[in-house]
Design a protein. Structure first.
Ligand code: PMP
Length: 384
């Protein structure tokens, strides 16, 4: 069962195949993916380079334990370390975003010798006992208490409250550079820099959860690069394997040296790392982060013109866009799917989130704007 239940009770869509930003049902109906793949397919569906790499790998060697060197893992590792910000020179593969944050919090504790974790209100970091403890929503946590202990929440975006919370008992400050599940919340200018200064002064690990913001989506490979801030630990997953399940944790040397270790049987398996290598090299070589920046600007400008006063705010960076609605986001997402063949996800009660594959072009963006206009602002003149 999914948390995104806006479609339940409606006629099932039954997606059979995908190509680029399009998804198709068995009867050939086409849907525009404006977030249905949840930031997991930055290169679009069935990208030929990824498909080819995965098919070859699965045919040659599907699995061997990570104690034994395998070319696809080594290539993916090198591509990942090259693509992460300078200073993050070691990495671990794992199987999901949740696990990457779980590992990040463990690493921060082992490297600092401290236990306190500072997380933000409206954060989402995952559903295991540690990552869930650092996640804000009570609804997710209450049935499972007690979770991992010693987590303190501070209001997201408030530098003063963060300064009050960071002390010499603190192991980590964990933040999303832009909050995803919490409603596409962009922090005030200077917030991430302040977090960097405070954690540097106190010897605390600064963890950026880039599970939703990373892999080129915000116009840079990582959202923290837009703010010019490098964390001690960066976590990634979702788009890392263009739809195959894999996560990673990239760290500075002092974290790696602090007895950090994390592993699981399937971590960095040959097939998923073949996907990672193909995804990162294609993203970088074909300049998709810059394309995401340009398309994000285009889409935001067009959306402002088409939706205007019918929405409260349009915010985000690149192709991570939140539309703060004047009514429920579930209803809007359902109407988009059923009436306009556009698939997007809510992020909270009143925010519709757009997370199209980065390969979206202007005509596809225009179609998305027209669909949103038809659902959100049907009584006003279309601008686009
Ligand atoms: N962190 C963030 C910022 C996320 O958006 C998500 C997933 N929505 C996660 C962690 C958890 O990732 P996964 O579902 O791959 O475990």
């Amino acid at each position: 069962m999914s948390d995104h239940d806006f479609i339940s009770g409606s006629k099932p869509i039954g997606i059979e195949r995908g190509e680029g930003v399009s998804l198709y049902t068995a009867d050939g109906t086409e849907y525009l993916d404006a977030g249905a793949s949840y930031a997991c397919t930055p290169l679009g569906h069935s990208h030929p380079v990824v498909v080819d790499a995965v098919q070859k790998q699965v045919a040659n060697l599907t699995f061997v334990d990570s104690s034994f060197p395998v070319e696809s893992r080594e290539d993916a590792y090198a591509a990942l370390v090259a693509a992460t910000p300078d200073g993050l020179d070691s990495a671990w593969f794992c199987n999901s975003g949740t696990e990457s944050n779980e590992a990040a919090l463990k690493f921060a504790r082992s490297a600092t010798g401290n236990s306190k974790i500072i997380a933000a209100t409206r954060s989402f970091h995952g559903r295991t006992m540690g990552s869930l403890a650092a996640t804000w929503k009570d609804k997710y946590k209450a049935p499972y208490e007690p979770l991992a202990g010693d987590v303190e929440f501070v209001p997201y975006g408030d530098s003063d409250e963060l300064a009050d919370a960071v002390d010499d008992e603190t192991a980590a400050v964990i933040l999303e550079p832009i909050q995803g599940e919490g409603g596409i919340n962009v922090p005030p200018a200077g917030y991430l820099e302040t977090a960097r200064e405070l954690t540097d002064e106190a010897g605390v690990a600064l963890v950026f959860d880039e599970v939703q913001t990373g892999m080129g989506r915000t116009g840079s490979m990582w959202a923290c690069q837009n703010a010019g801030v490098t964390p001690d630990v960066l976590t990634t997953a979702k788009g890392l394997g263009n739809g195959l399940p894999i996560g990673a944790v990239a760290v500075r040397d002092w974290i790696a040296d602090g007895a950090a270790s994390h592993n699981a049987t399937f971590s960095g398996g040959p097939v998923v790392t073949a996907a990672v290598h193909a995804t990162i090299t294609t993203l970088v070589e074909e300049g998709y982060p810059a394309h995401a920046a340009a398309m994000g600007d285009y889409l935001t400008t067009e959306l402002e013109a088409a939706l205007g006063d019918e929405v409260r705010e349009i915010r985000g960076e690149g192709l991570l866009i939140g539309i703060e609605l004047k009514r429920g986001a579930n209803r809007v997402a359902r109407d988009l799917a059923m009436n306009e063949q556009v698939l997007a996800l809510p992020a909270g009660r009143t925010v519709l989130r757009l997370l199209s594959p980065l390969v979206i072009d202007e005509s596809e963006a225009d179609r998305l704007v027209d669909a949103l206009h038809a659902v959100i602002a049907p009584d006003t003149d279309a601008e686009s």
